[in-house]
Design a protein around this ligand. Structure first.
Ligand code: ADP
Length: 632
């Protein structure tokens, strides 16, 4: 209901202090009573509309009377006059009405009706110059340092109001002045359609701006732009909320930073890292890296290749789980490295290989800086030296063998020269004596002693030659086994009776048979050669002593033949050297021999899957035993 203007007395009373306040605000203030008389106008009001009267002079004048003159300030005076009559009729607040002035400026007007209880008592008009944030719209002559600075920044900067309309955009965001002017007050989607840019991108930005407003916090996201030249440009975009005094978001600043270079470097680093790790996977050495807590961070494929253990097994494990060194030793070495006392530590360790065989690895421990944890960890490299070690052992073996061969050669030359020189000397001196005796006309009986000596020595040399021949045949692998079933006891008796019962010096050979004799399959010539050699030795090295014994014993799986004498024996420290070529014990004195017999005996026994052994005590005697299985 519109109150009757005549009957209502003005209730508006402004005291001096209110006057003062209205003078300090940056508003043009005009207060009317119900009769539309000016109750109050401040200086800014007069200034805003270039009124020649002072605020005091204006007071009490009829505003409606003045309105026709006053309206001339406005671009559309008629509309203005109409509005100041019609606006109060609504009796409600009208805010932010935009009025363009003749001088090009724009003013915003608020109308506030004054009520005393339910009764309307007056009108307040507030005018303020319209200075939208868009006032900082970029124009060529806009001199603001900030604006210039913002325009020179390579990063895109824009300000949006809560309706997500552009309030400001710098050059990087919208590059042409024309487009920028157009964009102000428009939404991102509108601008993107106008500028022919992908609307999808605008929608995503809008969503983030909205999130920033709703969540009242900065929101960041990454945007990938692919240019026409197919270059990938990565941007980190962030929306920052700008809060008003009421704590609500007033506007949003959106900023973008070109992180393409950083991205490129990241990708390069990633590629380099991947390349590094794949290179590490192709090396033969095991490479292990730990973090500061000595937890495994990386093991290369070589670990799988050598140990056969899958790498997944070691997830979350520590270096102590992979290096088979005692904790004590490993701790010591790691501590020395991490404390800077030592640059590196090395050592050897054993690792069960995937073929089940033990591998020998040489390890090297060094410190390695871990960028992720910012701590020093351990870098361990392990080299499989099993082959190398084997080669070294083989090489050492070869050198040793070479040395042995040399020694053997010397021993052989010594032995041969001795074994041949003695009979040759005997033969030569016997022949000289024979010659003299024959010249002196001596008869057969007198010379026969020398002819026999010559025959004996020739026989010795022949036997020696045969032994040598046997060894060369053995070495050439030219001796074949021809087993046939024989009666062992009968076989031994025959050998004994053929030259050993009695021996040349009259001593005898006793045959002792233990348990039940069995027939066995053997190569009789090989075994005969072996037994004969052992018997010859027994007699040869026990001259002047008791008879020689041959004992044969039959047990369930095998049988043994032992040749027992009580002769000179063999020094204890030389027993292990028996059965090597041309070896002769140091106590043999002038008992002749070649050091060949036992090698042949050993070889023949082994051909029968048997085993030859010796028990001997110096000056007490020796027992040579061959142990042979029934089953070959
Ligand atoms: P040799 O022709 O020297 O007898 P063998 O190979 O038959 O060659 O024997 C090697 C060495 O073993 C002999 O030189 C001797 O030192 C020692 N030996 C072998 N049999 C006996 C034994 N019955 N008593 C003491 N020493 C023996």
């Amino acid at each position: 209901m519109i109150p009757n203007q005549q009957n209502i007395k003005s209730e508006i009373k402004l005291d001096a202090s209110l006057d003062f306040i209205f003078e300090t605000v940056e508003l043009g203030v005009l207060i009317e009573n119900l009769n539309r008389q000016v109750e109050f106008a401040n200086t800014l009001f007069c200034k805003l509309f270039q009124i020649s009267l002072t605020p005091q002079e204006l007071k009490s004048s009829s505003f409606l009377d003045n309105a026709s003159v006053f309206s001339l300030n406005f671009e559309d005076p008629i509309r203005f006059e109409k509005s100041i009559i019609e606006t109060p009729q609504s009796q409600s607040i009208v805010r932010n009405e935009k009025w363009k002035l003749q001088n090009g400026k724009t003013v915003l007007r608020d109308y506030i009706p004054i009520f005393n209880g339910n009764d309307l008592t007056g009108h307040i008009w507030l005018y303020r110059e319209y200075k939208p944030i868009a006032k900082i719209q970029p124009t060529e002559n806009f001199g603001s340092i900030i604006e210039k600075a913002l325009n020179q920044l390579p990063s895109e900067i824009a300000i949006f109001n809560v309706h997500q309309q552009f309030v400001y955009a710098n050059k990087a965001y919208v590059n042409s002045n024309e487009k920028r002017l157009w964009a102000i007050g428009k939404t991102l989607v509108q601008y993107f359609s106008y500028a022919n840019l992908p609307v999808q991108t605008a929608l995503y930005r809008v969503e983030n701006i909205n999130n920033c407003i709703v969540q009242k916090k900065a929101i960041s996201w990454e945007e990938l732009n692919i240019s026409l030249a197919k270059n990938k440009q990565y941007y980190l975009r962030t929306c920052y909320p700008v809060f008003g005094e009421d704590g609500q978001v007033e506007s949003v600043i959106e900023q973008s930073i070109d992180i393409s270079q950083q991205r490129k470097l990241e990708l390069e680093l990633k590629a380099a890292t991947e390349h590094f790790f794949s290179t590490l996977d192709s090396v033969n050495d095991i490479v292990i890296q730990t973090d500061g807590e000595l937890k495994l961070q990386f093991i290369n494929k070589a670990w799988e290749n050598i140990s056969g253990q899958r790498l997944e097994v070691y997830q979350g494990k520590s270096i102590f789980d992979v290096l088979s060194i005692t904790r004590y030793e490993l701790y010591g070495k790691i501590f020395a490295i991490l404390s800077g006392e030592a640059k590196e530590k090395t050592g050897l360790l054993l690792l069960k290989g995937k073929d089940g065989k033990e591998k020998q690895l040489q390890y090297n421990l060094q410190s390695s800086f871990n960028v992720d944890t910012n701590k020093q960890g351990i870098l361990a490299t392990l080299t499989d030296i099993t082959k190398q070690q084997l080669q070294e052992t083989q090489l050492l073996e070869l050198v040793k063998r070479e040395k042995e061969l040399n020694e053997l050669k010397t021993a052989f030359v010594n032995m041969v020269s001795h074994e041949l020189r003695t009979p040759l000397t005997v033969i030569s001196s016997s022949a000289e004596i024979l010659d003299l005796m024959l010249m002196a006309g001596k008869g057969h009986d007198e010379v026969s002693i020398y002819t026999k000596q010559i025959i004996d020595e020739v026989e010795k040399m022949t036997a020696f030659m045969q032994d040598l021949l046997m060894v060369s045949k053995i070495e050439a692998g030219k001796i074949e086994m021809n087993p046939k079933e024989i009666d062992v006891v009968n076989f031994l008796s025959k050998i004994i009776n053929n030259g050993f019962n009695p021996w040349k010096d009259g001593r005898k050979t006793e045959l002792i048979v233990k348990r039940n004799p069995k027939n066995v399959a053997i190569d009789d010539s090989m075994l005969q050669h072996t037994i004969q050699n052992l018997l010859q030795n027994a007699f040869k090295y026990s001259s002047g002593k008791d008879n020689v014994k041959v004992r044969v014993a039959f047990s369930n799986s095998h049988y043994t033949i032992s040749i027992i004498d009580d002769g000179i024996g063999i020094p204890a420290n030389e027993i292990e050297k028996l059965f090597t070529s041309f070896f002769r014990a140091t106590n043999t004195g002038n008992i002749s021999g070649t050091g060949i017999g036992l090698i042949v005996a050993k070889y023949f026994t082994e051909q029968h899957k048997g085993f030859i052994s010796v028990k001997s005590r110096i000056n007490k005697g020796s027992i040579f035993t061959i142990k042979l299985p029934y089953k070959q």
